[in-house]
Ligand binder design. Structure first.
Ligand SMILES: [Zn+2]
Ligand SMILES: [Zn+2]
Length: 430
C-alpha cells in the first residue's frame, strides 16, 4: 500500500512548540495534509506518553489510531474530500539531543528513535530516566554518547529504528560543521550497520547528499520536524509497502526491499542553514563569498556560521549531478498556503489565504495531493489563474529563493511585482 509518513515531529511538551500539538490535532492535520503515518514525537516524555496511552489504541502491528471518542469531536473539521480517519496511524517516536565529549571535542547531535510498541518505548523511558532528565523537555537533552543511545535502543528491541536527525545542521547534527563528525562511522563505530536511514533536514536535499560516497549505504529520509500542527508533512517520506511497523522497518533496513519510494522535500535554499552568515548582522553569504572573506563576517569580523551547502562541499567526494545506484526519487514542494499567499500578494497568515486553502481542500482533496498530482486546470477552476500558475512553477522548480542562513529561513518568490496582474485571465492549462 502506498502512503506518506512523517516520522519526526514534536509535541506541546518540547521547548518552543505550539500548544496545538496534541493527538487530536495531529490526527486532524494528518488528514488535511494527506499523511498516513504520523510520528507522535516526544514519546519518552512521561506526561505525553501517558496521554498517548490514553488516547491511542493498537491498529496494525506497531501502528496506533486515535480512539473514536476523541476523533468524533473533530470530524466535522475535516472536509469530506480529505477524510481518511480510518487510515491515519501514529507511530511512537522521539528526538533526543546527545551532548558529550568525544575525541577531545564537544559533540551535539540530535537523533530520532522510533519504537515498535508501547512496551519498548516504556522500557527505553525507564533506562533513560536513570541517565538524565527526561521530564523537563519533550526532546530530552542527555549527556550521553550517541553510540550508547543507539546501543540502549537496540537492547530494548533490535527492530528500533534509529535515525540521525537533520544530519547537516551546523550546531546539532552528526555531520554538522560546529559540533558533528566527518563521517557516520566516526560517531557510531561498529554499530553503524544498525543505522539504515539518515534524515537530510530542511536545508539539504538528496541531490546534495549524493555527493558523499560514504552516504550511499543509507536511505535518505525527510521529515517535517514540525513545531506546530500546520507544519506537518512539509517534508515527508513516500512508502509503498505493507502498512505496518514491520513493513516500514523492512523497507528501510533491507537493501533489496523496494518499499521506500522516495521523499517530499523543501527547496533546500528555504532551510534555515543553507548558506553561511550571521543572523544578527544580517549577512547572508554564498560559500564562495565566505571563502573570499576568509570565513569572517564582513559586519562584525567574527567567524560566520558555516551552513549546509559549504559543509557538503567540504566532505564531498563525487561531482554534482551523479546519482548513486540505490537512490530514490524526490519532489521539491512549497506549502500550499505559501503559494496562495504569493499568488495573492498577501501574508501567509491572512484570512484570505486560509479561506482559499479551505476551499481548495474541500474541492480537490488533501494538500500533498494538490501540490503533487491534481491537474492544473482543476486547480485553476477552484483557485484562479495565479494560484494554478504558482503550482506549475513549483512543480517545474521555477521559483526564486533567497537562501536561509544562520537560523534564518530562506524566502521564496514565485512572482515578480506586476506579474500577478498579467497572468490573471491569460492562462489556459487545457
Ligand atoms: Zn533536532
Ligand atoms: Zn557578524
Amino acid at each position: 500500500m502506498k502512503f506518506i509518513a512523517d516520522l519526526h515531529i514534536h509535541s506541546k511538551y518540547s521547548r518552543a512548540t505550539s500548544s496545538d500539538l496534541n493527538p487530536e490535532n495531529l490526527w486532524l492535520w494528518a488528514q488535511l495534509k494527506g499523511i498516513g503515518v504520523v510520528a507522535t514525537g516526544d514519546c519518552i516524555h512521561p506526561v505525553w506518553l501517558k496521554e498517548l496511552k490514553e488516547k491511542l489504541e493498537p491498529a496494525e502491528p506497531g501502528f496506533f489510531k486515535l480512539k473514536e471518542k476523541y476523533a468524533r469531536a473533530l470530524l466535522a473539521q475535516v472536509p469530506v474530500s480529505c477524510q481518511a480517519s480510518e487510515r491515519v496511524r501514529f507511530i511512537l517516536s522521539t528526538e533526543i539531543s546527545n551532548i558529550y565529549k568525544k575525541n577531545d571535542k564537544v559533540r551535539k547531535i540530535h537523533n530520532v528513535v522510533i519504537f515498535s510498541s508501547f512496551d519498548t518505548a516504556t522500557a527505553a523511558q525507564k533506562k533513560l530516566d536513570a541517565i538524565g532528565n527526561i521530564k523537563s523537555d519533550g526532546r530530552p537533552i542527555l549527556g550521553m554518547d550517541a553510540k550508547d543511545l543507539l546501543n540502549l535502543s537496540l537492547e530494548c528491541d533490535p527492530k528500533t529504528l534509529f535515525i540521525p536527525a537533520h544530519i547537516w545542521t551546523p550546531w546539532f547534527s552528526v555531520l554538522g560543521s560546529k559540533s558533528g563528525f566527518d563521517s557516520i562511522e566516526e560517531c557510531f563505530e561498529d554499530l553503524t550497520p544498525h543505522i539504515y536511514a539518515l534524515e537530510t533536514g530542511l536545508s539539504s536535499d538528496p541531490l546534495m547528499n549524493w555527493r558523499l560516497k560514504q552516504l550511499d549505504r543509507f536511505h535518505l529520509v525527510s521529515n517535517s520536524d514540525a513545531h506546530s500542527a500546520s507544519k506537518l508533512g512539509r517534508e515527508a517520506n513516500i512508502f509503498d509497502c505493507e502498512f505496518s511497523y514491520d513493513g516500514m522497518f523492512r523497507a528501510l533496513s533491507d537493501k533489496k526491499d523496494k518499499g521506500f519510494s522516495g521523499t517530499i522535500e523543501f527547496f533546500p535554499e528555504e532551510g534555515k542553514y543553507h548558506f553561511d552568515g550571521h543572523r544578527d548582522c544580517q549577512t547572508r553569504l554564498h560559500p564562495k563569498e565566505t571563502l573570499k572573506n576568509k570565513g569572517l563576517c564582513p559586519e562584525c569580523g567574527k567567524p560566520v556560521t558555516v551552513g549546509v551547502m559549504a559543509r557538503v562541499e567540504e566532505l564531498a567526494d563525487r561531482p554534482e549531478g551523479e546519482k548513486p545506484q540505490n537512490a530514490r526519487p524526490y519532489h521539491n514542494l512549497i506549502g500550499l498556503a505559501e503559494i496562495i499567499a504569493e499568488a495573492r500578494g498577501v501574508g501567509k497568515a491572512s484570512k484570505q489565504v486560509d479561506l482559499v486553502y479551505r476551499q481548495m481542500l474541500e474541492a480537490l482533496g488533501c494538500e500533498i495531493k494538490i501540490l503533487m498530482d491534481v491537474p492544473l486546470k482543476n486547480i485553476q477552476a477552484v483557485a484562479g489563474d495565479v494560484v494554478a500558475e504558482g503550482v506549475r512553477r513549483m512543480r517545474e522548480g521555477k521559483v526564486t529563493i533567497a537562501a536561509g542562513y544562520d537560523g534564518e529561513f530562506g524566502t521564496i518568490k514565485i512572482f515578480d511585482g506586476e506579474e500577478r496582474k498579467t497572468i490573471e485571465g491569460q492562462l489556459t492549462f487545457f
